[in-house]
Design a protein around this ligand. Structure first.
Ligand code: PDD
Length: 289
């Protein structure tokens, strides 16, 4: 089946999907995005993703291209047209094309924003297979800007970190600030479980992305009577943690069994992590098709 992409009001075949060379997303990374999990054809945690998209747009003073409901409709339609049952949907909004020449300052607010939506099926079982063994993480200096709370497409530090991790056989990088504290993963939030069983993740500031999966895991912790500690942790604390894991729309809850040269816990996915992973969709918002 040929893939269909939504671009600026039209559903077009993959090979014909394109945006203008003067697009500010291309020239300046002047763009925001969301990635949502699709499960059984349903969007997972759509309200939280749409709320974060609205916030990212507002923080950058990009006028929303359409209502949240219309954007959600585009996502659903793209999922349907690509017959995605289990996979991902990617929505990107750029500030558009602007002046017809490369110009740093913003164009007028009514210049059409560029909207692109892609959906794809993910390899069945690949996630669960990775979760059974757990993944390795490489620590990297956090070289990103000071507004990591905005979900922009300015992802070069994440690409560099993930490539460095990949080169060493790790699947994710954990960014570590100059102060020695872990900020987050290159494309995920970072968590550890202490000896006492507390589940620890950094509090939301402009240093990290307010992860949607993170928020749903927090709801779960409260209802499952698990203790949450929302605070920064040092890399050394993580290396000695009983368990570690990451959260993201692409991983849900994924056990981390190695950070750099250190084995985490007994080197196997931990019980708290696996419990959170197995129960996640009982707590997530699952929207109608
Ligand atoms: N990344 N932190 C960063 C830097 C991220 O890029 C992501 C998500 C997260 C987790 O957020 P959420 O739980 O809302 O997916 C945290 C997406 C999946 C990506 O870029 O592919």
């Amino acid at each position: 089946m040929s893939r269909i992409v939504y671009v600026n009001g039209r559903y077009v075949p993959y090979a014909q999907a394109s945006v203008h060379v003067e697009d500010r997303g291309f020239q300046f990374a002047d763009a925001v995005y969301e990635v949502c999990q699709v499960l059984g054809g349903h969007l997972i945690d759509e309200p939280r993703h749409m709320a974060r998209l609205a916030r990212s747009l507002a923080e950058l003073e990009i006028e929303a291209p359409m209502s949240a409901a219309a954007l959600a409709h585009v996502m659903r339609e793209t999922i349907k047209r690509n017959r995605v049952k289990d996979g991902l949907v990617y929505l990107q909004v750029t500030r558009g094309e602007g002046y017809g020449k490369r110009e740093f300052t913003f164009p007028a607010k009514d210049v059409p924003r560029t909207v692109v939506c892609l959906a794809r099926t993910t390899k069945p079982g690949a996630q669960d297979a990775a979760a059974r063994t757990g993944i390795s993480v490489k620590s990297m200096p956090d070289i990103r800007w000071k507004r990591c709370d905005i979900k922009t497409v300015m992802l070069l530090p994440a690409c560099l970190a993930k490539q460095a991790a990949h080169d060493e056989g790790a699947s994710e990088a954990w960014f570590v600030g100059a102060d020695g504290y872990v900020t987050e993963g290159a494309s995920s939030n970072a968590w550890i479980v202490s000896d006492g069983g507390s589940v620890i993740t950094r509090q939301i500031t402009t240093d990290i992305l307010p992860g949607v999966t993170r928020a749903t895991v927090m709801d779960m912790l409260a209802k499952e009577n698990l203790t949450l500690e929302e605070r920064p942790f040092r890399l050394e604390e993580a290396l000695k943690a009983r368990e570690a894991f990451i959260t993201s729309a692409t991983n849900i809850v994924m056990p981390v069994v190695r950070i750099d040269a250190a084995q985490i816990g007994d080197g196997k996915p931990g019980p708290v992590t696996l419990r959170l992973r197995s129960k996640f969709h009982q707590f997530a918002n699952i929207s109608g098709a």
